[in-house]
Each structure stands twice: as structure tokens, then as C-alpha cells.
Design a protein around this ligand. Structure first.
Ligand code: WQD
Length: 376
């Protein structure tokens, strides 16, 4: 049958089609985390029902209280039914607890964020990283399979590419991790590829993040690292807020335009929109399909500093020091496959990332903790 192309007028009159996730119930592991909390909110706003599972080892239930409030406000404003968010405290390595959670809250899909992710820490504690990231994922997969929930979006990382031979990096680039954290991500990707090949009932999508930055524009959700931030953006905002004296720029002699490290920063809202597109993806066809989630452009350390100084109106003092072990000079994505196959691309620029991240820092100087909690 030939496809009838509607006219612009007909399209304008026809109601927007319901989101493919409307009514779906989705498990979000790490739902209280930086990206997980933003994903929970986006799923609720798309009309999905959400079950968050988190052990709060690197997050706080306060994030989910705010997700619920934002979702209730958004749904009410749109005349949509109230959001359905169930919050479960539990550990991925606890199979009985996972089974109980999935019995109590049957889901049809899962987005798997939960994992340890500090590169330096993984070098010091490899067994902890393998247990948490690999054993935890295996336990999750067993519980999901028993429950018949065989649609999975996995939070992978650009670190599976190691030190790239060519830029921008496409999904076909060689995979070779250069630290235990990256190796756990690669190990999980490999086991998911084997699972998809063995059982076509699974629909598995691997999302390789580049550098997530930014926060929900309300200023109520954001990145809240425990202790001194490992990553650049939260360190910059803490310097701008006066919580830290200055930024150390790791290396000023890289073969890059200004000598500092170049990365592909992507707004966290763009990132989670990529997850919703992945969840709506069609049948897996026996392949765990990987997609780069990046903006597809390189930004240097000093360029990011300048963006935050502009967004905050504050100076960000810094000193250039030696290179950080394990760092690569430049890393940025070719995200054409996600646009071609998922209809997704990043739309928010570095200035919007800096503006939103600064708003979160300024409104929450101690992250999700209150001032008195921060003093205790
Ligand atoms: C970015 C740039 C640093 C801090 C890591 C993980 C990756 C992902 C994102 C999880 C680099 C420089 C940093 C500082 C600096 N996480 N820098 N001073 O290393 O690209 O990626 O986090 O998936 O897997 O590897 O991010 O923010 O640490 O560094 O000069 O205090 O900023 O040298 O050039 P990275 P980053």
C-alpha cells in the first residue's frame, strides 16, 4: 500500500502521536544518581511509569523526592495523569532483593545506570569495580530474564575506545580500555553482545557516553559528587562558587589548539533524550547495538572554563600543572549513527550546559545536602 503523505494542514490538525513509552513501566538502576535522576524525570514526563533501584552508595533519596515534585508539577501543567514513581533501595548484587523488586513492580524494560565510574579509583580498587559493575550487571540480567523483561539500555562509556587512533570516533572504532573502569564497561558490552546473539528475545542497546555536563534548568537536579570532584565541570563550578581555591589544568602541552585536553561535552538532558529514543528502538535482531551519545565536537579545558566564567559572572582561577595519568589529548564523537537510526542528536551547546550547571551549583552550594548537613 502506498504511504499516504499527510499535508502540513492535516498534520497540524492531527494530535501529536503518544510517546511510544506511554504507559510502559521501566526499571532505572542508579535512579538517584546524576544521570539516573534526570532520566527518571524524562521518562515520567514521557508518560512512562518508573521504578528506581539505587543503593545510595553515591547518591541520595533527596534527588528522587525532587524528581517526583518536578514530575507532578509537569504532569499537572499538561493535564496529564499524575506520575508513577516507585522507589526501591537495593543493591544490584542482591538477587533475592532484585527478584522481590521485580515481583512487586513488574517492568517491561530497564535502563542500567548503576555503577562505579571513577577512573583513578578503579586503578586502586579493580576487584571492587569488577564486582559492582560486572557481577551487578550479571545479577540484574538474571533477574530481568526470569521476569521476562528483556529490553535493556546499558550506560556504557567512550572509555571503551581507549586512546583513539582517529577522530571523530565512530562506533566501529577499535575497542580497548586503558583502565579497570573502562574494562568493566567493555566486559559488560561483550557479555551483552553474547546474550543478544544467543537469545533474540532480548533487545539490547549500548549507549557510549562522552562527557555529560549540565543540569535540569530548574536548578533542582544536578551533579553532586562525593568529595573532591574527579571530573572537570563540577570542579569548575565549585571553584566559581568559592568552595575550592583554584582549578588545576592537567596539561597545557597537548597537541590541541590551546594545548589543553579536548573532550566532547554533552548536556545531560540531551543524553537522557538519547535513552528515551533507545528505549523506543525496534527489535534487537540478535545484536546489542552500540550508539555514541556525544555532541560531535571537541571543546578544550580552557574553552569550558571560559564558558563557565561567562555563565556565572565569576572568575575561575586556574594553574596549569602536569598531565594526569591515563588522559588522552583529544576525544570526541561521530554521532551520525544515533541520528540515522534513533532520530536523536544533541541540540544544546556548551553555553547552555554551563548556564544550567552553574544554576544548580549556585542554588545548591552543598549539592543535595542541606547547609547544616554539610557542616556535620
Ligand atoms: C575532562 C578534561 C582532563 C579535571 C571521565 C571518564 C569517562 C566519563 C567522564 C564516566 C581532561 C581535564 C579534569 C580537572 C582538568 N565518566 N581536567 N582538571 O577524563 O574525559 O572522562 O569522565 O563514564 O568515562 O573517563 O573527564 O572531566 O575527568 O576530564 O584539567 O580537575 O578535563 O585532563 O582533559 P574524562 P574529566
Amino acid at each position: 500500500m502506498s504511504e499516504v503523505c499527510s499535508t502540513r494542514k492535516e498534520r497540524a490538525l492531527s494530535p501529536t502521536p503518544p510517546h511510544p513509552l506511554l504507559g510502559a513501566r521501566v526499571l532505572v538502576t542508579g535512579g538517584a544518581g546524576y544521570i539516573g535522576s534526570h532520566a527518571c524525570l524524562a521518562l515520567l514526563e514521557a508518560g512512562a511509569r518508573v521504578v528506581s533501584l539505587d543503593n545510595y552508595s553515591n547518591s541520595t533519596p533527596e534527588a528522587l523526592r525532587r524528581v517526583r515534585a518536578l514530575a507532578e508539577e509537569s504532569c499537572a501543567a499538561r493535564g496529564a495523569p499524575p506520575p508513577s514513581l516507585d522507589v526501591v533501595e537495593g543493591d544490584l548484587c542482591d538477587l533475592p532483593a532484585l527478584r522481590a523488586a521485580l515481583r512487586a513492580h513488574p517492568v517491561s524494560a530497564a535502563v542500567h545506570f548503576a555503577g562505579l565510574k571513577a577512573v583513578g579509583e578503579s586503578c586502586a580498587q579493580p576487584l571492587r569495580y569488577y564486582h559492582n559493575n560486572v557481577t551487578g550487571t550479571l545479577t540484574l540480567l538474571r533477574a530481568l530474564d526470569e521476569a521476562g523483561a528483556r529490553r535493556l539500555v546499558f550506560s556504557s562509556s567512550a572509555t571503551v575506545y581507549g586512546d583513539p587512533e582517529r577522530l571523530p570516533i565512530a562506533e566501529e572504532a577499535p575497542l580497548r580500555a586503558t583502565n579497570p573502569y573502562g574494562q568493566t564497561k567493555l566486559t559488560v558490552e561483550d557479555l551483552l553482545r553474547d546474550l543478544a546473539r544467543a537469545d533474540a528475545r532480548w533487545v539490547i542497546t549500548l549507549l557510549r557516553y562522552f562527557n555529560p555536563v549540565g543540569a535540569h534548568p530548574s536548578g533542582l537536579l544536578g551533579e553532586d559528587p562525593a568529595g573532591p570532584p574527579n571530573n572537570l565541570a563540577p570542579y569548575i563550578t565549585q571553584v566559581a562558587a568559592g568552595r575550592r581555591a583554584r582549578l588545576q589544568v592537567f596539561g597545557g602541552d597537548y597537541p590541541t589548539p590551546d594545548g589543553t585536553g579536548v573532550r566532547d561535552y554533552i548536556h545531560v538532558l540531551d543524553l537522557v533524550e538519547g535513552h528515551l529514543a533507545a528505549l523506543a528502538r525496534g527489535a534487537g535482531g540478535g545484536e546489542a547495538r552500540a550508539y555514541n551519545l556525544g555532541a560531535g565536537r571537541g571543546v578544550s579545558v580552557l574553552e569550558l572554563v571560559a564558558a563557565f566564567e561567562h555563565a556565572s559572572g565569576r572568575a575561575v582561577p586556574y594553574e596549569v600543572v602536569g598531565r594526569r595519568a591515563g588522559d588522552v589529548a583529544a576525544c570526541y564523537s561521530d554521532a551520525a549513527r544515533a541520528l540515522r537510526e534513533l532520530g536523536w542528536r544533541a541540540t544544546r551547546g556548551v553555553d547552555e550546559m554551563a548556564r544550567d550547571a552553574w544554576r544548580w551549583q549556585a542554588q545548591n552550594p552543598h549539592g543535595y545536602r542541606s547547609a547544616q548537613e554539610a557542616l556535620s
